[in-house]
Design a protein around this ligand. Structure first.
Ligand code: PEP
Ligand code: MN
Length: 349
């Protein structure tokens, strides 16, 4: 439920609404805008009685029930964009797109360091690399685990880039959070609710990939688990969904970018590497994503994709990464102008 206060509402009136809600065992979140304050009410005890009681309080302009199943992540609840700040790198809210790049898997110090230097030179701001790898078959390379995390941290520190890596299990939350600046939740764990709860309890930013068969609603509800736990630093990542098309590994749903911007205040980036499965599609899909207003990209880069231990066919070389970044720069202003403008009132979709 959203309580919109009058423009001239006093602090006392705002606090009276908060106290009234507290008596009902629901929670509140204050969003202080330039013009007025909006109070979001969340909890299991929201009903018509509460709505009409709040509506009658001094200083209250309107009280509206949120119709969507997710609340904290909805734009109705939080009209202004969330900006996730990762060691000074700002993601979302119309900031220039942030490119996170690096190998699918961390394989060795040399492989990772050479990639980190190349992507940094190309303009990437965040280094990616997998240490715990979810693989379709257990006989494939499954990552260097803690050894990989150490290499990632060192390469990030050496090149001055924050790092992102995947967490696969609740038992490793502390371990992974101890090395990384952003925790990635992969497509296969996108609805692992215990894992989502676990990352909701810490404050490390979370990059939540879309489950490959998740609707927007499923995806935003998955994000809601993290937000409801108290962690408000969530970045959504469209990484392709399963469709009947078999030429590509997945179908990158670029419409997800403007749809999520309309439904939610959370930043949304795309992953054209997993979204297509083919290196030669990564550049055009990156450019298309940025033109559609994406807040960033996640790109797999490898010094020698033919010898990569995972996802070689979708990894770009250093040279092609530099070309991709040129393409991204060419459309950045297009993306900025295509970003869905904020609306002053709830949006019907
Ligand atoms: C990855 O980023 O390497 C990865 C495994 O991603 P996804 O969960 O999207 O398949
Ligand atoms: Mn990969």
């Amino acid at each position: 439920m959203i309580v919109t206060m009058e423009r001239l509402a006093t602090e006392e009136q705002i606090q009276a609404v908060v106290a009234n809600v507290a008596e009902t065992q629901n929670g509140t979140e204050l969003i202080r805008g330039v013009e007025r304050t909006v109070i979001g009410v969340v909890g299991d005890h929201i009903n018509e009685d509460l709505r009409s009681r709040l509506q009658a309080m001094p200083g209250v302009e309107a009280v509206v029930r949120i119709t969507r199943s997710y609340k904290l992540g909805s734009r109705e609840f939080h009209p202004t964009d969330t900006v996730v700040n990762v060691k000074g790198v700002k993601i979302g809210g119309g900031n220039p797109p942030v490119v996170m790049a690096g190998p699918c898997s961390i394989e060795s110090e040399e492989q990772l360091m050479s990639t980190a230097i190349a992507v940094k030179a190309g303009g990437a701001q965040i280094l990616r690399g997998g240490a715990f790898k979810p693989r379709t078959t257990p006989y494939s390379f499954r990552g260097l685990k803690e050894e990989g995390l150490k290499l990632l941290r060192a390469a990030g520190d050496e090149t001055g880039m924050p790092v992102v890596t995947e967490l696969m299990s609740e038992k490793d939350v502390e371990l992974v959070a101890g090395y990384t600046d952003i925790i990635q939740i992969g497509t296969r764990n996108a609805q692992n609710f215990m894992l989502l709860d676990a990352v909701g309890e810490i404050d490390t930013p979370v990059l939540l990939k879309r489950g490959f068969s998740n609707s927007y609603d499923d995806w935003l509800n998955a994000a809601e688990y993290i937000l409801a736990g108290g962690n408000r630093n969530v970045i959504l990542c469209e990484r392709g969904i399963r469709t009947f098309e078999s030429y590509t590994r997945n179908t990158l749903d670029i419409a997800a970018v403007p749809v999520i911007h309309r439904l939610s205040h959370l930043p949304v980036i795309t992953d054209p590497s997993h979204g297509t499965g083919r290196w030669h599609l990564v550049l055009p899909m990156s450019v298309a994503s940025i033109a559609a207003g994406a807040d960033g990209l996640l790109i797999e880069v490898h010094p020698n994709p033919d010898h990569a231990m995972s996802d070689g066919p979708q990894s770009v070389t250093f040279e092609n990464f530099a070309r991709l970044m040129d393409g991204v720069r060419n459309v950045t202003s297009v993306g900025a102008s295509n970003r869905v403008p904020l609306r002053a009132q709830p949006i019907a979709v």
